[in-house]
Unconditional design. Structure first.
Length: 19
């Protein structure tokens, strides 16, 4: 699903923001 890819990218962005 494309949604899964978006979720993965958002997760990475949030992780970077957290750092």
């Amino acid at each position: 699903r494309v949604n899964n890819t978006l979720s993965s990218q958002i997760s990475r962005l949030q992780n970077i923001r957290n750092t």
